[in-house]
Design a protein around this ligand. Structure first.
Ligand SMILES: [Zn+2]
Length: 475
């Protein structure tokens, strides 16, 4: 009886201790959340403030910092985190291989501490309490993808909105650069965006003939049949996404006596990506045209889906898929010169050396500088369709002088996105939640956010390069 009584008291005391700790923690989180929101503490400084001012010890401060940033996002947007998980130990630990001396960064939950190269058991690297590092800067959750908070960006023009940036940038300083860039662009009034109303998709049919005459007969038969065929394609396959076939190209080529004919169908959609449906519709068209040619006695050697012509290419100016979007910021030249600590001529030279470099190396100017990292961070975070996001991440950075003002902008000529979870592409609950936090409900909003965030990142990185503050020698 007495033993039971003691046990009860012990449990009760233990509980009180936990509750006290919780309330201390709650107070600290509330304080840091408030300071981040007011701008007193920059989001990425939360960790150091927790150690230096709140007396927390590593690695516990990583979790508290992430919780505080999550709270900021919740308060800014009015939504709650339900799916983007925050692991118990949201940090990495440093290890070293005793054989090859390589240093390893391994997430704390990872129990596999063998060297991938040689199989030796890794040894802790660094003093206890010093071995820890963040999973990603500005980390807010996620264990397969490390999500970061990257500030808010205000856009106006074709879309009027403030997006809250939750990106899967991963390790590296990119999310900080984006945060700082967003802060600068917002201070200049926000980013003006132009977003095309429609997104395009294309799919090409290839026919091979023995001679030019037979090919001409095919062109004539196909053109006669086209109005009926288009209507059928739209009704059967494109109507769900309000899509249409807006143009059909007939292109003649040849190879050593073989006569080729491309019949390329171009489609467009307001809210959808449309790529999959276009492919299916064109597959249907192929069956119908094959039959039509047979009916008319037109002899072809081969009929096939010939994707080389339809712009189903990876980053390239010929990529016919997607939607045009641009985002730009305007400011007085004098203000830019002050900000960059250099002259406007230095900016123009900086742009030209990149333009030449890219043109000479790639043969065309579609620059993918920092955008090559920023755009995937948005696709990875939101997991919209397409998943192989490099299909669409071409980017062009431009600078214009208008009177006394400087215009700095980025354009994404063929940004593809199906932003809803539908037959067009399943989006997992975590990513749907991230889309909601960001404020993205449609493909056009996705395009506006992507261009504006890319602009913010590029704007900031250009400033850092001009000031000589990026990749600086320590000697
Ligand atoms: Zn090793």
């Amino acid at each position: 009886m007495i033993i039971l009584h003691f046990a009860f008291i012990w449990v009760w005391l233990g509980q009180a201790g936990v509750e006290k700790k919780m309330s201390d923690e709650g107070k600290i989180i509330e304080e840091i959340t408030g300071k981040i929101k007011s701008g007193e503490v920059q989001p990425w400084k939360a960790e150091s403030v927790l150690i230096e001012e709140c007396g927390l010890k590593a690695p516990e401060h990583y979790r508290i910092a992430a919780v505080s940033r999550r709270r900021v996002i919740e308060e800014l947007t009015g939504y709650e985190f339900n799916y983007l998980e925050l692991p118990e130990q949201p940090y990495l630990m440093q290890w070293r291989c005793p054989k090859d001396k390589s240093i390893w960064h391994i997430e704390a939950r990872d129990q596999d501490t063998a060297c991938t190269r040689c199989g030796a058991s890794l040894e802790p690297f660094g003093e206890e309490g010093e071995r820890y590092r963040p999973l990603a800067n500005n980390y807010v959750g996620g264990s397969e993808e490390y999500y970061s908070y990257a500030g808010q960006i205000k856009v106006f023009g074709d879309v009027d909105k403030t997006f809250t940036n939750v990106l899967a940038y991963g390790p590296g300083f990119g999310s900080l650069g984006i945060s700082v860039g967003c802060f600068r662009v917002n201070k200049l009034g926000g980013a003006e965006v132009k977003v095309a109303k429609l997104a395009g998709a294309s799919r090409n049919l290839g026919y091979v003939f023995h001679g030019e005459e037979e090919r001409e007969r095919a062109v004539q038969a196909a053109k006669e049949y086209l109005p009926t065929l288009r209507a059928e394609m739209e009704e059967k396959y494109l109507a769900e996404f309000s899509g249409e076939v807006y143009e059909v190209d007939f292109v003649r080529r040849q190879h050593h006596g073989q006569c080729y004919l491309s019949i390329c169908f171009h489609t467009r959609f307001e809210h959808a990506r449309g790529h999959g449906d276009t492919s299916i519709a064109v597959g249907f068209a192929r069956g119908r045209l094959d039959k039509k040619f047979e009916e008319k006695g037109v002899k072809y050697q081969q009929s096939l889906i010939a994707m080389g012509y339809d712009g189903d290419l990876k980053p390239s100016p010929r990529n016919r898929r997607g939607r045009y979007v641009s985002a730009q910021v305007e400011l007085p030249i004098s203000a830019y010169e002050k900000m960059s600590k250099t002259s406007i001529d230095s900016l123009l030279t900086y742009m030209e050396i990149d333009r030449q470099g890219v043109t000479q190396e790639q043969g065309h100017f579609l620059y993918s500088g920092m955008g090559g990292e920023i755009i995937p961070a948005i696709y990875r975070g939101t997991k919209v369709n397409p998943r192989p996001y490099n299909v669409s991440c071409t980017e062009n950075v431009y600078v214009e002088i208008r009177g006394e003002n400087l215009i700095y902008g980025v354009e994404l000529p063929n940004l593809e996105a199906g932003a809803t979870s539908s037959r067009e592409g399943l989006i997992c609950p975590t990513a749907r939640e991230v889309l909601k936090f960001m404020g993205i409900g449609t493909s056009r909003e996705f395009a506006a956010a992507t261009a504006a965030i890319t602009l913010a990142g590029e704007f900031n990185f250009t400033l850092l390069h001009l000031r000589g503050e990026m990749y600086v020698s320590n000697d």
